[in-house]
Design a protein around this ligand. Structure first.
Ligand code: SAH
Length: 421
């Protein structure tokens, strides 16, 4: 703790515990009392912990890597290419309704404002559907089983849309549904940091975002490391050391994510997470998402062979993305003592294409909407058309038969914030 923080804490402590003597007690006196009293030691130990975690949050915030989806409403915008995510959202709707009906435990009285947050909201429209589903489910629940004080709905809903600050919030807010039943607010920043005041949010939802890590594990771009992922931008076909480095980063990130949400969600409130995963025991090399992104790396390598991209530039770039196994995710979610795991379901990665056939152009649009921005910022905008339109599209055609039988799944996880007495 630096001296300024210590001084502020001491001042707060002085006023809380010794209001009458506040004027007389000096910092020097309190330091000596603290040294001799175990109660005071505990007080300052907890402050140190809190300060430490705040500092950790700030440090990690600086290192966090943002990969926002394509903004606007152009051909390769996220708005026009988010059918896969929409399909997942629809597949989870019943579980969201059931979760709210059976597990949301806020009984005493209707909160003045019922707070909902969607983390990793992107530019819409899926985030609006998700928020609306949640609000409808809450309304339905309390119209059937009113609060203990007889009220049948929360007074007002407030929805917080969170994404990285570089997300296209303008597009998001200009397309807010006009008939919505809630007040809306944007919360910029990484969900690997604290986003909301303590004990304030009733339901936090996040769909198709938690597979993005806070950063690329440093080993995979370190030439001296055994986990150096040379010539690749994804770990799908890499050695065990690389896979382990990604898995370790995921474990670290999930711990930070849950710690932050535990602070923010009220007792009895819910955390609803949906994210891509890979069936237990499946080799990462068969993972559909892995194949899609690894292929992009191999296209970059093809361009390096044609001297269109520097190989060193490829080696210094990896995607901060991890597709977890259900057993891996379950271990991390049940480790956190602030939440109880209420439900975990595997959802098959079905074919969302409208005519029932997954075409390469379908995946092409999706991957381009997701990665174009980051490719541009690392490699420059000159390469992107050739990379996607020539190399990537051709390679997708070659693996189309593999993509027809997807080995990815989605996980729906419902966690309930334990009530602290
Ligand atoms: N939930 C939306 C969008 C999914 S795309 C839907 O289902 O359609 C994933 C989004 O997560 C992107 O907009 C990306 O910027 C965001 N994201 C990834 N990591 C994030 C982080 N650490 N903090 C906040 N948002 C993040």
């Amino acid at each position: 703790m630096d001296s300024q923080v210590l001084r502020t804490e001491l001042a707060r402590f002085r006023c809380t515990f010794f209001p009458a003597a506040a004027a007389q007690l000096r910092t020097k006196d309190l330091i000596s009392i603290t040294r001799s009293s175990s109660v005071l030691k505990l007080y300052f130990a907890s402050k140190l912990l809190r300060f430490g975690s705040l500092q950790r949050t700030q440090t990690s915030a600086a290192a966090i890597m943002a990969i926002p989806m394509n903004g606007g409403d152009g051909l390769y915008s996220y708005t026009k290419n988010c059918d896969i995510q929409k399909f997942v959202l629809d597949a989870c709707q019943v579980m969201i309704e059931e979760g709210i009906d059976h597990k949301l435990d806020i009984h005493a009285s209707a909160p003045k404002a019922f707070l909902v947050a969607d983390l990793g909201c992107s530019v819409g429209p899926n985030t609006f559907t998700a928020s609306q589903n949640i609000i409808q489910a809450v309304n339905l629940k309390y119209s059937c089983k009113s609060f203990t004080n007889g009220e049948s709905t929360p007074h007002e809903y407030h929805v917080f849309f969170n994404d990285h600050a570089t997300n296209d919030f303008n597009t998001l807010f200009t397309s807010l549904p006009p008939e919505r039943q809630y007040l809306a607010a944007g919360v910029p920043g990484s969900f690997y940091t604290r986003l909301f005041p303590r004990d304030s949010v009733h339901v936090i939802h996040s769909s198709y975002a938690l597979h993005w890590l806070s950063e690329v594990p440093s080993e995979v771009i370190n030439i001296n490391s055994t986990a150096y992922n040379k010539g690749r931008i994804h770990y799908r076909d890499s050695g065990m050391e690389v896979v382990k480095a990604y898995s370790a980063q995921y474990a670290k990130d999930m711990e930070i994510f849950l710690e932050a949400r535990a602070e923010e969600i009220v007792g009895g409130g819910l955390l609803m997470l949906v994210f891509p995963a890979i069936p237990n025991g499946t080799s990462p090399s068969l993972c559909t998402i892995g194949i899609l992104f690894d292929l992009l790396g191999s296209c970059l390598m093809d361009m390096a062979k044609l001297s269109k991209v520097s190989e060193a530039k490829i080696d210094s770039f990896n995607l901060p993305m991890h597709t977890a196994f259900p057993e891996e995710a379950e271990k991390l979610f049940t480790r956190n003592e602030s939440f109880s795991m209420e439900r975990m379901e595997e959802i098959p990665f079905l074919n969302p294409a409208k005519n029932g056939t997954v075409t390469s152009s379908y995946y092409y649009d999706h991957v381009r909407a997701v990665t174009e921005g980051v490719i541009e910022s690392h490699f420059g905008s000159e390469i992107k058309d050739e990379l996607f339109e020539h190399h990537y599209l051709n390679k997708l055609e070659e693996v189309n038969h593999i993509l027809r039988s997807p080995k990815s799944i989605m996980l729906f996880v419902l966690l309930k914030r334990k009530v602290v007495n």
